[in-house]
Design a protein around this ligand. Structure first.
Ligand code: PLP
Length: 393
């Protein structure tokens, strides 16, 4: 293990403080390091492996496609891309889709689409309102969209045209709206910002405000999409229909793929407006189609809903036994434990030792985002390991 850590230290840009674990294998909810130690993956490959690590349907789709055709130009039709497009459109309130390679890139595309809509239909309105504590990705435009100063300050000047306002505060959005506003981009539930669930009426009021003022409502579903919140898409939980959504993390169940989807009204791109060499690639689309088919046909979203309730109950009783837990919160299988102090990094390290992978989403909070296929037994085991970790700090 120390060898790989030394290689990293010598060769890899130091952009993340890694845990001292070299992962070599995964199956379902379990991953193994190079010493053979086993962990329950409560990070789900970062909310990516929604149907578990190395799901056979995805492995088979990748294997078969890799032996057949891996890449063509988008100058030609390819079948996995179109099958995936059809599946996503048929199972959502959106009408058209574009595939790209990551969440940040999906959001960039969504912003371009909204700006073109503003240009065509709203006197050139270009401004995008986003939330503080949001996370929309690491590209230059997306750090301007992401309302977290620590991601922005070293990279000035920021891309213009983004306004960051408090989350879950409809009055703040109203106050920030001007003739220049073309869109609001918002997460159904904030993920990287600490698992922040808005009040029930927030998204409904936002939808109403956007309708009244001809503002495009973009939902960043990069983390909440594909079943995570207990419905296939997060917007369903809030009883509204956005104009545009973006997807990535759980879409490919481990292969890098992103997407943005739009209602017909806002689907204003024409040939030449947008593109991507790898976007809609046959290999990633074959994998994502296989994964999405499993999620839809096996109703994995409903499973996430039920298992999520179970996890919430187990965490509530954990809280009763530990006075240093201030709050447990979340929705579906996106949950957080908030502590009374900045304990998250030591809890994560101790939990790793006990055999469960966790994310310190805030200095005082850990996030749980396991595969949606996690069993109740795995939840019991994983939370028992977290409790053993808490006993040692
Ligand atoms: C992870 C994430 C992104 C960025 O996705 P990348 O694939 O890392 O570019 C954007 N939005 C949300 C809500 C995310 O959770």
């Amino acid at each position: 293990m120390s060898d790989w850590m030394a290689v990293e230290a010598n060769y890899y840009m130091h952009v993340v403080r890694r845990q001292p674990i070299v992962l070599v294998k995964g199956q379902g909810t379990t991953v193994w390091d190079e010493t053979g130690k086993e962990y329950l993956d409560f990070t789900g490959g970062w909310a990516v492996n929604n149907i578990g690590h190395c799901h056979p349907a995805v492995v088979n789709a990748v294997t078969e496609q890799a032996q057949t055709l891996m890449q063509t130009s988008n100058a030609y039709y390819t079948i996995p891309q179109l099958k995936l497009a059809q599946l996503l459109v048929d199972n959502s309130c959106l009408d058209k889709v574009f595939f790209c390679n990551s969440g940040a890139e999906a959001n960039e595309g969504a912003i371009k689409l909204a700006r073109k809509y503003g240009r065509l239909h709203k006197n050139g309105a270009y401004e995008i309102i986003t939330a503080l504590n949001s996370f929309h990705g690491r590209t230059l435009a997306m750090i301007a969209a992401t309302g977290q100063p620590q991601y922005q300050q070293n990279f000035q000047p920021l891309a213009p045209g983004f306004v960051n306002v408090p989350y879950n505060d409809i009055e703040a959005i109203k106050a920030a709206t001007s003739d220049n506003t073309c869109a609001v981009m918002i997460e159904p539930v904030q993920g990287e910002g600490g698992v922040n669930v808005p009040t029930e009426s927030y998204h409904k009021e936002l939808r109403k405000w956007c309708d009244e003022n001809e503002i495009v409502l973009i939902m960043d579903e990069v983390q909440t999409g594909m079943g995570r919140l207990g419905s296939l898409f997060g917007y369903e939980k809030f009883g509204i229909e956005p104009d545009i959504i973006t997807l990535a993390k759980g879409l490919g169940n481990g292969v890098p793929i992103g997407a943005f989807m739009s209602k017909l009204k806002t689907s204003v791109f024409e040939p030449g407006d947008h593109g991507s060499t790898f976007g809609g690639n046959v290999l990633t689309c074959a994998a994502a189609h296989a994964a999405a088919q499993v999620i839809i046909e096996e109703n994995i979203s409903q499973q996430a809903q039920e298992t999520g309730e179970y996890l919430a109950g187990v965490l509530d009783s954990l809280k009763l036994r530990h006075s240093n837990i201030r709050e447990v919160r979340g929705m579906g299988l996106l949950r957080a434990i908030e502590f009374t102090d900045d304990l998250a990094p030591v809890v994560v390290a101790a939990a790793n030792n006990e055999g469960v992978l966790l994310n310190a989403v805030r200095p005082n909070a850990v996030r749980i985002m396991p595969p949606l296929t996690i069993t109740r037994e795995e939840i019991d085991t994983g939370v028992a390991r977290i409790e053993a970790a808490l006993a040692k700090i």
